[in-house]
Design a binder for this molecule. Structure first.
Ligand code: ZN
Length: 261
């Protein structure tokens, strides 16, 4: 059989496309209830968010979605947009090429897009230079699509150590953890995920979810309207911290914002 250049390119494309989901270990099992304390310092506040009808005196929650974009992301955007809500998406650098339009849509509708590494390695096992590559690279790729954006990052598996934090600090990135893990990556059951989201989310929570699962998208169909009905404003991570007057300091992990009072 004659192997043409076209066949080789096709084979490489298929390898890349099929290999990508295998690297998306949706097992961010690291979890904590620890809160970020207000530092009193106001440096590195995110830029003032565009007017989005947020009332700072009312409770707010930051839903976050990791490991995408994927084929269920649009369904999640649909339901959030229908309820005048936003969220932060921590995307895989390797997936950006295939989802330019999705990322543009997120940006145009006020969602926040940030990096979650190129392909989900555990950063604590990498060299400093490799860690930099996974923090800065996807961010630059995102900015090439939507323009300048906040320097926040979520570590794969939430796995960090002093070295990862130091590299992040030197690169100027704040790390975003979470205070609520509804375990959508493990349960894969829309009703259970919905129940966990509704039971554990409260004012100031950062909720970790994964937009690569159909069951997570299905869960949002019910959880989002219910949270809104309960009076929560669904905002991006940067909006949450902005409205609470807390700096997103480079090299620090932010896991939630304090409640209003
Ligand atoms: Zn992840």
């Amino acid at each position: 059989m004659k192997i043409t250049l076209r066949m080789i390119i096709l084979a490489i494309s298929i390898t890349v496309l099929t290999a990508t989901p295998l690297t998306l270990h949706a097992t961010d099992a690291y979890t904590t209830q620890e809160s970020t304390r207000p530092t009193g310092r106001r440096r590195n506040l995110p830029p003032e968010p565009p007017p989005a009808g947020v009332d700072p005196t009312r409770p707010m929650i930051a839903l976050t979605f990791d490991d995408g974009p994927g084929r269920h992301t649009a369904q999640i955007l649909d339901v959030l947009e229908a309820h005048n809500s936003r969220a932060t998406f921590f995307v895989m650098g390797d997936s950006i090429t295939y989802f330019y339009e999705t990322i543009e849509r997120m940006h145009e509708n006020g969602f926040e897009v940030a990096g979650h590494s190129w392909n989900h390695p555990e950063l604590t096992l990498l060299t400093n230079e490799e860690i930099r590559h996974h923090i800065i690279g996807p961010h630059d790729r995102i900015e090439s699509v939507i323009g300048p954006t906040t320097q926040i990052f979520r570590a794969p598996f939430g796995a960090t150590n002093d070295r990862v934090l130091r590299v992040a600090r030197e690169a100027g990135f704040a790390l975003i953890g979470w205070s609520v893990d509804p375990r959508d990556w493990e349960l894969r059951d829309a009703r259970e995920v919905t129940r966990n989201v509704l039971q554990y989310s409260r004012d100031g929570s950062i909720v970790v979810l994964h937009d690569i699962h159909m069951t997570t998208a299905q869960s949002m169909e019910r959880a989002v309207p219910k949270l809104v009905e309960r009076g929560y404003q669904l905002v991006t991570v940067s909006e949450l911290f902005y409205y609470r007057g807390i700096a997103l300091n480079p090299g620090q992990i932010h896991r939630s914002a304090p409640p209003r009072n």
